[in-house]
Design a protein around this ligand. Structure first.
Ligand code: URA
Length: 250
């Protein structure tokens, strides 16, 4: 969504919705709903308009009567197992990545998604600006996947994946593709993409006439799984956050 214009020059103005989501209490959707239900006051007055401008240096915002406190930004790397959804809650009660990161102790938003049947690296953060930037399709942080295809793949099929294949939402950008190993019936590949569309790897492999049997995200930019055990998380270092285009002063 384009940023609303800052109407009054140099003053530090943010929309009320932004102020709440930046305070690390929840997503922007949560913030809109809390504002709409009258739980948020600016200078003592209930404001129900999420686009209300707040002067960060003068206005006092409270949520359920308590002043907002700035929270420390936090960046977590989770090694997601298969069988966990990348959503906050599931009507069918299946496990989610939040079951694995409850120990972090603060609200987090996943940066992009991994399918239920994909394992591997997932970044989660309460820094909504960072999350938005990293999930923007124009942002080109490379993501690396290892996969097992349901068939043997020829050099020609692999070349097609490298050059780009036609998907229902357009052609894919050139990708790095490495043949890792071959068994009697299956090819194992490593794919590095600079875009992140829905089920992209699975759809690319289907576009060349095969299927993905197993998919693991092994790297995001320079960050690799290393010795992080599956199902566990760790805090990203300031250097790692910076390498993904995040702020320097974490
Ligand atoms: N591509 C996919 O097909 N699935 C994922 O989970 C991630 C990338």
């Amino acid at each position: 969504m384009p940023k609303p214009p800052n109407p009054i020059g140099k003053r530090r103005l943010k929309t009320l919705e932004r102020v709440l989501s930046k305070a690390g209490l929840g997503s922007r959707t949560d913030a809109r709903s809390w504002i709409g239900s009258g739980r948020v006051r600016v200078n003592g007055k209930v404001i129900r308009n999420p686009d209300h401008w707040v002067d960060m240096d003068r206005d006092r915002v409270t949520f359920d009567g308590r002043p907002l406190r700035p929270v420390a930004r936090i960046y977590v790397l989770l090694y997601k197992p298969t069988g966990y959804l990348t959503t906050w809650s599931d009507p069918e009660g299946r496990p989610t990545v939040y079951d694995l990161t409850a120990g972090v102790g603060t609200w987090l938003s996943p940066v992009g998604r991994l399918d239920l049947d994909t394992s591997g690296l997932l970044v989660m953060t309460n820094d909504t600006d960072f999350a938005e930037r990293l999930t923007n399709p124009d942002h080109q942080v490379p993501k690396t996947y290892q996969l097992k295809a349901s068939t043997l793949l020829s050099d020609q099929q692999i070349e097609q994946l490298r050059r780009g294949v036609e998907l229902s939402d357009g052609a894919t950008r050139p990708a790095l593709v490495k043949r890792l190993r071959e068994s009697a019936r299956y090819t194992h590949l490593e794919l590095t993409l600079r875009e992140g569309r829905n089920r992209q790897v699975r759809r690319m492999i289907e576009a060349v006439g095969s299927k993905v049997l197993k998919l693991v995200r092994t790297a995001i930019g320079p960050i690799r799984i290393g010795d992080l055990p599956i199902g566990q998380w760790r805090i990203l270092t300031a250097k790692e956050v910076k390498s993904l285009g995040g702020p320097r002063n974490v």
